[in-house]
Design a binder for this molecule. Structure first.
Ligand code: ADP
Ligand code: MG
Length: 695
């Protein structure tokens, strides 16, 4: 590819295209609506729609679609052609302002968690002008929010946009008190996306991968990730070709795919775009996931985005890098050269610390899913306990403030490599901590708990709202004070004293931390089932309703959707296991055992004085394990019979965790033992070794 600059954003109706194609008055009207968060009038929308249509037709588009993000976790679209027949059998192309700003998809088949009944089908999509329209597959995509007939949010974008609004409002109140000239803040996010790549022909041979996106069986291969040779390893040609094809597709859509590398587990990789405003970053992340899968197929590969596709090696996450900047381009989480004196920085830092401490449970809930339960708490991802890492320097500063001591800065030493020819540089004032769920990384926070397949909207909605609430409390005090600087310093001091329990710089994977966190009174919501009910705790309902992020009924609906989703995912996984066990594993092993026994029988007859003790023992072992497997399958089947009869959705979810998951684990254990005793030729689907190392 020779011209990145020409390619980048070529399929996006972005600011450059708008300023070129829209009449000045229309362009200015749109800009000021965006700046002041006001709706557009219909005549302006008509002009924009016309320009969009002309631009899209020139680029070869034939259709348009409102593109939205229902609670399914994936995006939704319904295409309409621009064509409109005229008298005499001809046709014209049409796209009105009304069609641009509002759509009316039938909402009845999307999850609503009881917000509406199936007979109340009407739903609306509303144009989100803060995220650019783009062309993909000959269709003009218009990013939209999705709500019910009564205006309740049925999607992930609406609450996110509401949270952006509330964070802006509260941050601006604080900034005004600190004499800032800024008129707006921007929440910036850069999500790093992890994924696995497999050869498609192997994927196609495994029902579990096809149906559930993860392996439900699979014995450990002789080698996993223990040699740590895959992380940042040389990228294989086939993978490189995939990555570069993917980059091209993303760049066309104005997505600044920037960093790519091999990850820790074999066959695992990562892609990170340059950060953008949170709403755009969230839309872009959805497109990244979609295109990762689509482009893989062109290379006869399959991209897995599941949080735990393989047992025994790392799963995939999505590190959510988050910060706030002003419209003047200042990053409010930039410590500068003298962080100890930087009151504005320390105040915003404290708002984040207070938010993470006060709403640990909500952050945990925002990443809760059946898939992510396999990651959190295993030694590969942060534990289910939320804590924050600030690093040595900031920790020193905060401790000094809390104790009323002056802070003495540690000088940045030169890094001594011991080779004269290498460049000299100074050490960063703080090291990194890879085990922390919420780490300060220089001028932003990295929230590491989100799972790889999830939308980042949920986690950022919580983060924005919780920080907005803490800033609201600060602003209430600052606005009443006649010495804002002094009040701010006092707020910083009190925040540290009250919330320092959430700060932890050590190893989050250690058992000592588990005990220490419990002593500190931090919450440890181990599984989705433990976490979800806290969504409806009084303090959380108050948070979301007071900032108008969710109504109480929207919160109940989300709780229902998430709980039901947990049950459904596990139900499908259990049925897939039963299917594979009965239709593939049991017949294959019986067959293998039959052949082995027949051959042993012949050998024993031919050589009666040479008893084949060990070989017979092995056949006996296979027979016994096979019998156990058959029993385990029956047990799992029985467990499923009662799975939806527990009462409320959350009771069903508890049943899945307590009864169904252990039954699935037992069945898997039996099958994995048999895999190790059965010939490769007889085993009915590709093994871990082939899936992970054959590319
Ligand atoms: P790491 O070394 O943590 O893996 P990467 O380079 O893979 O880092 O990803 C870091 C991510 O953080 C990128 O997406 C980057 O654009 C993003 N980022 C950098 N600065 C900010 C910021 N101020 N706000 C939000 N995200 C940021
Ligand atoms: Mg990275």
């Amino acid at each position: 590819m020779n011209n990145i600059r020409q390619l980048f954003g070529s399929m996006v109706f972005n600011d450059a295209v708008m300023s070129e194609r829209l009449p000045k008055q229309t362009y200015n009207a749109l800009k000021s609506c965006l700046k002041e968060s006001k709706p557009l009038d219909m005549s302006t929308a008509n002009v924009i729609a016309g320009a969009m249509k002309d631009w899209a037709l020139e680029k070869g588009a034939t259709h348009f679609t409102h593109w939205f993000q229902p609670m399914t976790g994936v995006t939704a679209e319904k295409h309409d052609a621009f064509v409109s027949p005229t008298d005499g059998g001809a046709a014209i192309t049409e796209f009105s302002g009304k069609e641009l700003v509002k759509g009316e998809p039938d909402a009845s088949s999307f999850p609503s968690g009881g917000l509406r009944s199936t007979f109340e089908a009407r739903g609306y999509t509303a144009w989100d002008p803060s995220s650019y329209a783009f062309i993909k597959d000959d269709t003009l995509y218009i990013p939209t929010a999705f709500c019910s007939y009564g205006g309740e949010a049925l999607d992930k974008k609406t609450p996110l946009l509401r949270s952006v609004q509330t964070l802006n409002k509260q941050a601006m109140r604080v900034l005004k008190c600190l004499n800032s000239k800024a008129s707006r803040i921007i929440t910036t996010v850069g999500p790093e996306q992890e994924y696995f790549l497999l050869p498609k022909e192997l994927f196609d041979k495994r029902e579990d991968l096809i149906i559930t996106g993860k392996t439900l069986f699979g014995a450990k291969p002789p080698k996993g990730q223990e040699l740590e040779d895959h992380y940042f390893g040389a990228i294989k040609t086939r993978v490189h070709n995939y990555m570069s094809d993917l980059d091209t597709e993303l760049w066309k859509l104005g997505i600044a795919a920037k960093t790519e590398h091999n990850e820790v587990a074999p066959a695992q990789h990562e892609l990170a775009p340059v950060f953008a405003s949170v709403n755009v970053a969230s839309d872009h992340n959805q497109l990244i996931m979609e295109l990762m899968k689509k482009v893989a197929l062109r290379h006869d590969l399959v991209c897995l985005l599941h949080e735990k596709p393989f047992a025994g090696i790392n799963g995939s996450g999505k590190h959510n890098n988050w910060s706030i900047s002003t419209d003047l381009g200042e990053n409010l989480l930039e410590p500068g050269d003298t962080p100890a004196q930087n009151v504005r920085f320390l105040l915003f830092l404290c708002a984040v610390i207070n938010a993470v401490d006060d709403y640990q449970d909500l952050l945990r809930i925002s990443v809760a899913s059946a898939g992510n339960d396999h990651r959190l708490g295993a030694n590969e991802a942060p534990p289910a306990i939320v804590s924050m890492f600030l690093g040595e320097e900031l920790d020193g500063i905060l401790s000094a403030i809390a104790d009323g001591r002056p802070y003495s800065k540690r000088a940045g030493c030169e890094v001594e490599i011991g080779v004269k020819v290498l460049p000299h540089f100074t050490q960063d004032t703080t090291d990194r901590n890879r085990t922390s769920p919420f780490a300060f990384t220089g001028n932003k926070f990295e929230f590491r708990m989100p799972g790889s397949s999830a939308s980042i909207a949920g986690a950022n909605t919580v983060l924005n709202t919780a920080v907005a609430e803490e800033l609201r409390l600060f602003a209430d005090k600052l606005e009443k004070s006649d010495n804002a600087d002094e009040t701010a310093r006092e707020l910083i001091r009190l925040s540290i004293i009250e919330h320092r329990r959430i700060l932890f710089n050590g190893n989050n994977y250690s058992d000592e931390w588990l005990a220490e966190a419990e002593r500190r009174g931090l919450s440890n919501l181990k599984s989705t089932v433990d976490a979800l009910p806290h969504f409806l705790d009084k303090k959380n309902v108050e948070l979301f309703t007071s900032h108008r992020i969710f109504t109480e009924s929207e919160m109940h609906s989300r709780f229902e959707i998430l709980t039901e989703n947990y049950c459904k995912v596990l139900h499908i996984e259990a049925l897939t296991m039963l299917d594979m066990a009965r239709k593939q594993i049991i017949p294959a092993v019986s067959d293998y055992l039959g052949k082995t026994c027949a051959s042993l029988h012949v050998q024993t007859q031919l050589f009666p004085d040479k008893p084949l003790r060990n070989a017979l023992d092995l056949a006996d072992k296979i027979g016994t394990k096979l019998d156990a497997l058959i029993l385990r399958a029956t047990e799992l089947e029985n467990a499923l019979i009662d799975s939806d009869r527990q009462g409320r959705a959350i009771d069903n979810a508890v049943y899945y965790r307590n009864i169904v998951i252990p039954a699935m684990n037992c069945l898997r254990y039996s099958a994995d033992c048999l895999e190790q005793l059965t010939s490769r030729k007889s085993w009915p689907f590709p093994t871990y070794k082939e899936l992970l190392f054959d590319l």
